[in-house]
Design a protein around this ligand. Structure first.
Ligand SMILES: [Zn+2]
Length: 278
């Protein structure tokens, strides 16, 4: 029985200021193919909680959730790709300690639950709809991505989720490209690296990496060599860092040398947790 991963997002201190601008988040026109959408359900644990009103006034259930499913599927798969058999996604809004996470139900992993913390919804500053759609998009990736039967590198899994969020036009305000640290720092740090691979090595590279996680145990060397022109991930990361540092120097924003305090990764989430591991 493969380990069942549960992926978490936790709160990031708000650094953006509240904006008076009208909410007008739209997503990019990336829906080339219409995939079958799983059954989508919404469970509000406490209607009297202010977070419930925030959710209901910002998210149009009949359109937004389905649209984010389509965005995620279009960014991860071609129309004829083999996809996980996700049959339903239930959004569970309840107050708990955290931001959001995705899990499968015990009886059947094809039924997913995305839990979103109602208290967190009260704390969002700036464009609430944009942030909320971003969180939903990120979590939906966990409902549809491959994960090498639960053995994949957690940083890659989280990076894939933020790569999709980025390409769905839903990146967060505090995100930035970072050349420091390791390639698998996760979230937007790894998401921007995947974006670089997609641009450098060709459209479909990230879809190939996702497809490479479909069967068997995680084999990093084999995965990147087969998807990225025979190169290992360390080499690709080095190239990305060099490219980024060069670009930042040209733009007059000199990057601090890697490995220093200043160059460390800004965490936006906690790493995924796998059953049976610490
Ligand atoms: Zn995640």
């Amino acid at each position: 029985m493969p380990a069942i991963p549960t992926y978490f997002q936790t709160a990031m201190p708000a650094i953006s200021l509240p904006s008076d601008a009208p909410q007008q988040t739209t997503t990019l026109p990336i829906r080339k193919h219409e995939f079958p959408t799983p059954t989508l359900r919404l469970h509000l644990q406490d209607l009297s909680h202010d977070g419930s009103s925030i959710f209901l006034s910002n998210i149009k259930g009949s359109e937004d959730l389905e649209q984010q499913c389509q965005n995620v599927l279009n960014l991860l798969y071609d129309h004829d790709s083999i996809r996980p058999g996700t049959r339903s996604v239930t959004f569970v809004l309840r107050a708990y300690d955290g931001l959001a996470y995705t899990t499968g139900i015990d009886l059947d992993q094809d039924h997913k639950e995305i839990h979103i913390n109602l208290d967190y919804l009260l704390k969002i500053r700036g464009d609430v709809r944009h942030e909320l759609l971003g969180v939903i998009c990120h979590e939906l990736v966990h409902c549809f991505q491959w994960a090498a039967e639960g053995t994949a590198n957690g940083g890659l899994i989280e990076g894939m989720a933020d790569y999709v969020r980025l390409n769905a036009g839903l990146s967060a305000e505090h995100w930035k490209k970072e050349a420091g640290g390791d390639w698998d720092g996760g979230y937007q740090h790894t998401g921007y690296f995947l974006q670089h691979l997609e641009e450098k090595l060709g459209k479909g590279t990230v879809k190939k990496i996702n497809a490479g996680l479909r069967e068997g145990q995680y084999d990093e060397k084999k995965l990147f060599k087969s998807c990225c022109g025979g190169k290992e991930v360390g080499e690709l990361w080095e190239e990305y860092r060099n490219d980024l540092e060069k670009k930042q120097k040209e733009d007059g924003k000199e990057e601090k040398p890697s490995g220093t305090e200043e160059a460390k990764i800004i965490p936006t989430d906690t790493p995924p947790k796998f059953e049976g591991t610490k």
